[in-house]
Design a protein around this ligand. Structure first.
Ligand code: NDP
Length: 300
């Protein structure tokens, strides 16, 4: 398998590479930096993909990096690091004489419009409510294989993931330290939906997608089954319980807005109720179907 990453070196990429190797697959990483078992984006643009069964794109500048100001330049980096890498792979697949059987682009549930009441399956409409949703729309559309639709041997799977909870990266580690000092609490009203998935379940789902050839295609929502009812407040409660620390304080919405700005604050102060309908229908079963099971395992 060739697993891409401007991402192979990242939080999800490292975990997925390890799982694929454990399952006996061979992994090549696409990165900005050359290295062992790595090729660069320039190599792919120039020479195409090496012979492989599947490609997964996990590249992307961290949108919620609080150290980066939300300038036009940073927005462009956020966009280009996803869309240009996706396009590079799409082009390479189109021009390959022996294309991979599977092409997986990992995007986000930010595709669906934020709402406290609406529930979304993979069939729901979205892609036009804010910066993030339009980014996901363009990112997924860059993954399409135009001109070869219906003729190509390659099957495209779009995996829309929620917040990925893991020990070694993503949002969770930065959320933990306030709790250690008994300073943890909800963000804003706490009523915003909290779509999430355990890193191990996401990587298992990506393997399932690659290995279940012919059974899985189109869009898959990568969120835990309980995520449709989980909120920022229920996550805060479960985290507080798992850590044995009180969650007495709260961060007011204006503080989040001051830190992240008006384009990014909604990513924390709003959310989507997402159902993994097609994911479950594809025969996938979750190891961590609710917050207690996920957080107890991660904080053990
Ligand atoms: P990471 O930030 O851990 O890693 C992403 C990788 O992208 C890096 O290892 C790096 O690879 C590459 N990268 C980073 N910045 C840039 C840049 N400016 N230009 C080009 N490449 C860059 O991300 P995650 O593993 O957490 O996420 C992977 C993908 O999944 C991302 O696209 C993200 O948007 C998406 N996602 C993640 C969620 C999460 O909760 N983690 C939730 C929803 C979606 P290298 O240095 O090798 O080039």
């Amino acid at each position: 398998f060739t697993h891409d990453g401007r991402g192979g070196s990242g939080f999800i990429g490292q975990s997925l590479s390890q799982l694929l190797k454990n399952r006996g697959h061979q992994v090549t990483i696409i990165s900005r930096q050359p290295g062992q078992q790595k090729i660069t984006w320039a190599d792919v643009s120039k020479n195409g993909l090496p012979i492989c069964d599947a490609v997964v794109n996990l590249a992307g500048e961290n949108v919620l990096n609080p150290l980066k100001r939300w300038t036009e330049q940073f927005k462009q980096e956020v966009t280009a690091s996803r869309i240009e890498t996706t396009r590079t792979i799409t082009q390479a697949i189109r021009h390959s004489s022996s294309p991979p059987h599977t092409w997986v682009v990992v995007t986000g549930v930010g595709y669906y419009p934020p709402s406290q009441t609406q529930q979304y399956t993979e069939d729901s409409l979205g892609g036009n409510s804010d910066f993030l949703s339009r980014l996901v729309r363009d990112w997924e559309s860059a993954a399409e294989l135009p001109g070869t639709k219906g003729k190509t041997a390659t099957r495209l799977v779009k995996v829309r993931t929620g917040v990925v909870l893991g020990r070694n990266g993503g949002a969770l580690p930065t959320m933990l330290w306030p709790f250690w000092f008994c300073l943890g609490g909800v963000l804003g009203s706490g009523k915003q939906p909290f779509p999430w998935i355990h890193i191990e379940d996401l990587c298992r789902l990506l393997c399932h997608t690659i290995e279940q050839e012919g059974k899985v295609s189109g869009i898959l929502n990568a969120v835990s089954p309980s995520a449709v009812t989980d909120t920022n407040a229920s996550f805060t409660g479960a985290l507080s319980k798992a850590m044995g620390r009180p969650a007495l304080l709260f961060t007011p919405a204006f503080a989040v807005q001051m830190l992240f700005g008006s384009d990014r604050a909604p990513m924390l102060l709003e959310g989507q109720r997402v159902i993994p309908q097609r994911t479950l229908q594809s025969g996938f079963s979750f190891l961590y179907p609710n917050l207690d099971s996920a957080l107890n395992q991660l904080l053990r």
